[in-house]
Each structure stands twice: as structure tokens, then as C-alpha cells.
Design a protein around this ligand. Structure first.
Ligand SMILES: [Zn+2]
Length: 147
């Protein structure tokens, strides 16, 4: 039994690599990029289950940006495979654009006073409850104005 355990430990640590993993700096960066990419899908899945409808939270785009930049750095500095470099060279553009649009939308949206849903700035009616957003806004203003 002990000999079998020794055999397994020796196989696991063969060539100075534990389970065949290389503790090289760029390998760690590459695995971090993979972990961040995997985390973004978990974040999106959680947000969708929580809201009960398909949704892509802002965190998804930040994780996409971080993961793609780390993967591009790995591809440029260590892997140096043109296919790998090209596949990570331009995907940061839509990720960054989505972060910008998310922030613009958040700054410009209207909250529905009836249900609290965030509505686009051009919306006349709430997409969640159908309440007229402008009417709610104006009645809210009347309620807040001093008498
Ligand atoms: Zn509403």
C-alpha cells in the first residue's frame, strides 16, 4: 500500500511539475485568464437565474475585458502563436463598448416608480409593469414640490 502511494506521488510530481502543471509566470497568467473567463459565465448564469430572464450584468463585461487582456498578454509574451494572438487581439473592442453603453444607460435610464424597473430614457411605458413612465415621473415631481 505504501509503495503504491509512493508511486502515485512520484507520478504526480514527475519532472518537477505537480500534476503536470508548470509554475512558470506566464502559465499562471494564462490560467488566471482562463479562470476569469470561466467566472464571467458563472456571473452571467447567476444574474439570469436571479432575475428570471436572460441578462448580461456589467460584471460580465469587466471580467471579459480583464480575461481577454490577460489572454492577449499570455499570447504575445509567452505562447506567440499567431492564431491565438489574433483570436484575442480585437475582442476587447466590443467588451469595452458594452461597458461604456452600460454606464451611459445607467446614467440616462428612468426608474419606474411603480415597480422600480430601469427603463430606457426614451421609453414612455415601463417594460415590466406597463405603467406610463412620464406620468409617474411628473406625479413624483408634484409630490416632491413644496406647497
Ligand atoms: Zn414598472
Amino acid at each position: 500500500m505504501l509503495a503504491r502511494m509512493d508511486c502515485l506521488l512520484l507520478a504526480a510530481a514527475a519532472e518537477g511539475k505537480f500534476l503536470g502543471l508548470d509554475p512558470h509566470f506566464w502559465k499562471i497568467i494564462g490560467w488566471m485568464a482562463n479562470g476569469i473567463f470561466a467566472a464571467r459565465f458563472l456571473v452571467q448564469w447567476y444574474a439570469t437565474e436571479r432575475k428570471g430572464q436572460v441578462t448580461i450584468p456589467l460584471t460580465f463585461w469587466w471580467l471579459s475585458l480583464a480575461g481577454s487582456f490577460l489572454m492577449l498578454a499570455y499570447a504575445l509574451c509567452y505562447n506567440q502563436d499567431l492564431v491565438f494572438i489574433f483570436s484575442n487581439a480585437f475582442n476587447w473592442i466590443p467588451y469595452l463598448r458594452n461597458v461604456i453603453i452600460h454606464h451611459r444607460h445607467k446614467a440616462a435610464h428612468r426608474d419606474c416608480a411603480q415597480c422600480g424597473a430601469a427603463c430606457p430614457p426614451v421609453a414612455k411605458f415601463c417594460s415590466q409593469c406597463g405603467t406610463r413612465v412620464e406620468e409617474v415621473e411628473s406625479s413624483k415631481l408634484k409630490a416632491q414640490s413644496p406647497k
